[in-house]
Design a protein around this ligand. Structure first.
Ligand SMILES: [Zn+2]
Length: 197
């Protein structure tokens, strides 16, 4: 029984320490004056586009002029900015880009997705949200993302008015597996953390 009591005591002590640590963290953040845990929102977005020849190739707001294929779509098909928009919209409980910019609406034919992202961000930042950080992943065989990875990072940071170290951009291939692996399409996902002031 004494052993059990000691274990209980240890467990409670551990719990109390965790609570104190969390409290300390929260106070630290509050003391910095920019974070309130109740105001944090996380959002996730993902998108896929077919890659076809004869299409302009824009990914993450950056042109790939030497690409042999480009993302098909009603707008410019910028798969990464679409994922970023859906992450922002999702974090704030807003309808996704398919509802916001319906493909049937001719106004969005070949639309510049940078302008659409600016429109989304104007509304969300206007509602009092700021981006803490954003992290993106692109999966495709071609085009090669690495040479323009930093340019994409800078473009997304510019569109959202944040510094480049708050934007993660990663790219990988599908290891030749499935449609993505055969180079028939491109996939992108984004996770964003927002704070409401
Ligand atoms: Zn899309």
């Amino acid at each position: 029984m004494r052993k059990k009591a000691a274990q209980n005591h240890l467990a409670q002590n551990h719990l109390a320490q965790n609570h104190l640590a969390q409290n300390h963290l929260a106070q630290g953040h509050l003391a910095q004056g920019h974070l309130n845990f109740d105001a944090l929102r996380i959002g996730h977005g993902s998108d896929v586009h077919q890659l076809v020849s004869g299409r302009r190739c824009v990914i993450g707001g950056v042109e790939f002029p030497d690409a042999q294929v480009g993302p098909d779509g009603h707008s410019d098909g910028d798969v990464l900015l679409h994922a970023v928009m859906d992450a922002l919209l999702g974090a704030t409980g807003r309808p996704d880009i398919g509802q916001r910019y319906p493909p049937a609406d001719t106004a969005y034919k070949n639309a510049d997705s940078s302008l659409l992202l600016s429109d989304v961000w104007a509304e969300i930042s206007g509602a009092g949200f700021a981006v803490i950080n954003i992290d993106c992943t692109i999966i495709c065989e071609l085009p090669k993302i690495a040479p323009r990875r930093v340019a994409i990072q800078a473009r997304i940071a510019q569109l959202l008015g944040i510094s480049v170290e708050c934007v993660g951009v990663k790219a990988t291939t599908a290891e030749k597996l499935g449609a993505l692996g055969r180079g028939e399409g491109i996939f992108a996902s984004a996770v964003v953390l927002l704070v409401r002031s």
